[in-house]
Design a protein around this ligand. Sequence first.
Ligand code: ATP
Length: 904
Amino acid sequence: MSQLTPLMQQYVQIKEQYKDCILFYRLGDFYEMFFEDAHICSKELEIALTGKNIGQEERAPMCGVPFHAVEGYLSKLVSRGYRVAICEQVEDPKQAKGIVKREVIRIVTPGTNLNTQVLDETKNNYLMAVVHTTNAYGISIVDVTTGDYYVTEVESDRKLMDEIFKWSPSEIICNDTFFVSGIDIETLKSNFNIALSPLEPWYFDDDLCVRALREHFHVATLDGLGLKDYTIGVIAAGCIMQFLQETQKSSLSHITKLTPYTYEKYMLLDSSTVRNLELTETLREKQKRGSLLWVLDKTKTAMGARLLRSFMEQPLIDYDMIIQRLEAVSELKENMISREEIREYLNPIYDLERIMSKISYKSANPRDLVAFCSSLSMLPHIKFLMQNFESPLLKEIYDDLDPLQDLFDLIDRSISEEPPLTVKEGGIIKEGFHEEVDRLRKAKTEGKDWLMDLETKEREATGIKNLRIRFNRVFGYYLEVTNSYKNLVPDSWIRKQTLANAERYTTPELKNLEDIILGAEDKLFSLEYNIFCEIRDQIAAEVKRIQQTAKAIAKIDVFASLALVAEQNNYTKPIMNTNGSIHIKNGRHPVVERMISHDMFVANDTLLDNKNNRVSIITGPNMAGKSTYMRQTALIVLMAQIGSFVPADAAEVSIVDRIFTRVGASDDLASGQSTFMVEMTEVANILRNATKNSLLILDEIGRGTSTFDGLSIAWAVVEHISNCSILGAKTLFATHYHELTELEGRLEGVNNYCIAVKEQGEDIVFLRKIVKGGADKSYGIQVAKLAGVPSSVLKRASEIVLELTGNDLALKTKNLSSPDASESEVEFVQEELQLDDNTILGVHATSKSGKGKKKVDTNQFSLFSLSGNEDIISELRDLDIARLTPIDAINKLYQLQKKIKDRI
Ligand SMILES: Nc1ncnc2c1ncn2[C@@H]1O[C@H](COP(=O)(O)OP(=O)(O)OP(=O)(O)O)[C@@H](O)[C@H]1O
């Protein structure tokens, strides 16, 4: 160490304290990185790796970035999961005796990035702390760019995952045992792109955590915050507070409150539901366009956009709160003129929350204050326009909206309208605000007049016609004489610099003027900076008022946006109830209707309740619109619980506690799970966590495995869900297993629906209309034809389907032999049919207690094509199937079917 230069000794000492960070070490106009940090930065930032003489024989690897461009580099490193410690010079190099003092002033981590240029302004940037104990998790979340700070506790891994998905933090700080909890760490890191930072044990020390919170909020106990000392939630919140104090090393005064919440207060949306319903981004492209947020978001401010997103991620379950939101939207929908005027005034408002954080952090520059001030100028207009609103929520917003006139006046009087970019340049303070600033400015301008007088005087005295007084940062003011006039320079002039074609001089008089002008300038700049800092601190002291107003602006923005969307898209106000019934008249899918050409969307009704309409079994060909229909129902319910109007002619919506979806086939290769495994995990989760107040959207359960197993699982799932003493949740269940339509009439509350199609010759036309009853055919081959599958393949498929439909009988028989159906209820019938020039032997199994004689069609029969299978058919004919037990019948039929299949 002693061989190192003093500068490097200082570097090594500081780096020692920040081993887990990349150290950005300020040297003049650069941040420099050394040793291993230099290797990482050169690779990640694609900057040249050089070396620096450090007093030892070998040079140290080094690279650097200019200070004015640091934010971009920082964000790049942080987004890749690195932590960066910013080490600044904390004394004026001119005053320093020896090495300039340096300190780490901030540590930037993914969850504490403040760079508004790289953060998405419509999303919060959350840091989450998770404290794991044997049977529960404490969770706390903070957004340092806005000051939002929350705390809760959950008791299971799945609920923790739901919270993680809901908040989508960019970083999680946690204790060691989190890594041995039931959480799949790899999935968390890779699928959610979250940086995981385990912290040292002291961050979780009960006493330190409680003390950090008490001191920050200036309270003797945490009761006042609605918290109990020493709970795991408090430990999580305290851990965040200590982490911020360690990393931010500056005022956290914009974190003004800690809000406890319980997940039961909101509708719970698990991660697959948020994805499947495409609430904030599309399933495949991960884009906002095509999501519900894309349709609903007409907000004008970043604060509004963030609030709307959080409304969508946390729909309400409290009846009164939903009604209040709906009333606010309704009033703004009716008052179109005021609403649009309000929106005009919202338009130029900057992100008050994030500017406020910069002000608290003392990183706001004069231009931020000007943006802040111009935003404040809109507030009185908005308040004025809101004065006659009557709905309780709008009145509350009106009361909360403080026009902050005093702060507007302060900035308006003091800060120039077009201030310089950096705080160290002059020109920040307006003329007339501060006497001393005006006086120094005058001295500076007068000094410039004196310079001009001196230039004229010397030009006349010497006869140097092109004599000029000029300035540069190194030499200050000088007289410049071109070579052709050099012989006219008086002896008394002192030479400062020789150039190729000119010489530069000074005189005692010029030196004197220079001292006056530069002295005035130095004083002026530092005075202006000090005044600016005072003004910034004065604003920072009003943080609570500003945050309250920012939230009020966000709310009015969201409600005005929802009102506009309701008007533009012809939405209707839902009638909320708690009696369990969801009755939608001519409902539409809010996104699909916007994606297809105008007025082409076919509206459909939905009827679900807790009695006779608990489960709708929906059949229909592929592409008919089953998924669209089911998702639209879920979205309408969700929109209503956000407080939005809904795409329907009329809608009665009973509040649901959760919406669960199992839609489409998706596999989770990252965690090594197959499509079917993912499907079953989701089904298991739904069956375990749904209540009778939940809404379930199940699309093709069981299709990921063999037909028999799939159908059996689907069948059992419907039995489980529809049974009131087990679950009894309202469910839309789309399936290609036509056998499930058998359940109507057998199970209470189960009804069949299908999406109608019309046959036109060999083709089908999708009518998109949901009608009562089960679909009679699956039309798979016709849909394949629509998709352009070659005709030779289609023809062959038609032949095969004929051979294979024998499966149906076995399936049906298996179903009928479920516990509900005793053997005696099963009846087999043999019939001979003529189908497409083929003579077919049909074996039909039915339930005696079913609803009378079934329609004879290809789906109801086990079919055996005669041509080429005469031997098997005669074997079948000899079989007196009606005498066999169902199990023997199945086995026999299986054998025969297998023989036929083997010949295909
Ligand atoms: N009500 C409707 N009005 C107009 N177009 C619709 C309607 N419903 C669905 N569509 C259109 O039909 C397409 C297919 O619908 P959807 O994916 O819901 O069919 P599906 O029956 O679930 O098909 P599959 O069984 O193959 O999954 C949608 O992308 C949409 O463009």
